[in-house]
Each structure stands twice: as C-alpha cells, then as structure tokens.
Ligand binder design. Structure first.
Ligand SMILES: CC(C)(COP(=O)(O)OP(=O)(O)OC[C@H]1O[C@@H](n2cnc3c(N)ncnc32)[C@H](O)[C@@H]1OP(=O)(O)O)[C@@H](O)C(=O)NCCC(=O)NCCS
Length: 194
C-alpha cells in the first residue's frame, strides 16, 4: 500500500503563538461566529458573499457542521482564530481545495471587523501554513484573491507568498468569471515571513 500523498488531519489540533489560538470548529462556537459575522458585514460582504446583511444563527450552525464534516473527511481544514485565552473569536482560516496528486491546497481567511489591522490574519495564516507544510505534507499553498482586495493581497505578501500571476477567469463571482491574483507559498517562503 502506498502512503497517502497528504497526511490525514489529526483528530485534535491546537495551533498557537502565544497571542492566537487555532483549533477545529466546535458546535458551541455558533454564537461567536454569528456575532463576529454580523459585526463584520460591512467589510466582509464585498469579498465573502456568505457574510451578508441578513446572516442568521442557523447559517453559523450549518457552516460549523460542514466544517466538522470537512475535517473528518480530510477535505477542509477550517480553523477559527481565538485570542490566547480562547475567549474571543477573531476570525477564521482554512485550507481547502486539496490537490492530492500535486500536494497543494488553497488558503482562505477573514478577520472580524473590530480586529482588522492588528496583524491577526498574517499571524494566523503563518500558523496554518506551517501546519500544512510540516504536518500535512503540502508542497504548495495558493492564495487566490480578487485584484482589488488590497488588504488580502497585503496579508499574502506579509506571509511571504509570491505573486505568480493575474490569472484570467480564475474565480467565479456573482455569476461571472473574474480574473484573480494568484499568490503562492512553498515551504522555503516561510523563512522570509515576518
Ligand atoms: C484580509 C483580512 C483578513 C486582513 O486581516 P488583518 O488581520 O487586518 O490583516 P493583517 O493586519 O495581518 O494585515 C493586513 C495588511 O493589509 C493592509 N491593508 C489593510 N487595508 C488595506 C488597503 N485597503 N490597501 C492596502 N493595504 C491594506 C494593512 O495595513 C496590513 O498591512 P501592514 O501590516 O503592512 O500595515 C481582512 O481585511 C478581512 O477579513 N477582509 C475581508 C475578507 C477577505 O477579503 N478575505 C480574503 C479573501 S481572499
């Protein structure tokens, strides 16, 4: 039997750097997710359509259930970001769209509006990309962003990701194909990250 190209997700995981704590979603995170999403509609909705003005608690519950299934199936490593005490939900990161043949994945992230500009996305992405390379055995992680999402592109840059292309029709958004900036990390890029 050949070894799997990407390692199975561990049943339990906690990633931390002294300021942030990341671990898989739990059912009782739904209220925190609901509150963070409702707080963040103004800044998130333009980029992440799931975060809409009428976002409801049942959507948070359903999303967490999907994330838990995705973790169990090894298809979506979704991790809420908490402060070190585990008291406040600050946002979330996720590795998804795994390409097992070529050991790559996509990285997504968001941070609640009241906590923007504090380096949270970059720090959380640093933790999850290290996990992806060191523990899952990934060789490449992509961050695919609409070209005018400057905060997200700056986050990718701070992480050490290289801009490789403006890829034509790379994303399907609002019923249409859109060109997107493809930033990517390989393990060596993390050495230069700050
Ligand atoms: C992108 C996002 C996660 C960044 O979160 P964050 O915790 O504020 O990010 P960080 O503090 O680590 O870094 C953000 C950087 O972007 C910069 N930035 C923020 N808004 C910017 C803008 N409009 N233009 C250029 N740079 C901008 C910040 O100054 C910071 O850079 P600096 O540290 O050099 O000053 C957050 O803005 C967000 O949730 N956006 C909506 C969701 C989204 O777009 N997700 C990505 C989808 S691909």
């Amino acid at each position: 039997m050949t070894a799997p190209s990407i390692a199975p997700f561990p049943p339990m995981l906690e990633l931390g750097d002294g300021r942030l704590c990341l671990r898989p979603w739990q059912d009782d995170d739904a209220d925190s997710l609901f509150e963070a999403a409702r707080e963040s509609v103004t800044s998130l909705a333009r980029w992440l359509p799931w975060c809409h003005p009428d976002y409801q608690r049942h959507e948070a519950i359903a999303w967490i259930a999907r994330c838990r299934e995705g973790w169990h199936a090894g298809e979506h490593a979704a991790l809420p970001i908490f402060d070190a005490a585990g008291a406040e939900l600050l946002g979330a990161v996720g590795l998804n769209q795994f390409n097992r043949a070529h050991r790559s994945a996509n990285l997504g992230y968001w941070v609640r509006q009241s906590r923007h500009g504090q380096g949270i996305a970059a720090a959380a992405c640093r933790l999850v990309t290290r996990f992806g390379f060191a523990q899952l055995g990934l060789a490449r992680i992509e961050i695919v962003v609409l070209p005018d999402n400057h905060a997200s592109r700056r986050t990718a840059e701070k992480l050490g990701a290289q801009l490789e292309a403006i890829a034509r029709h790379r994303l399907w958004v609002d019923g249409q194909p859109r060109d997107a900036a493809v930033h990517a990390l390989i393990p060596a890029d993390l050495q230069g990250a700050r």
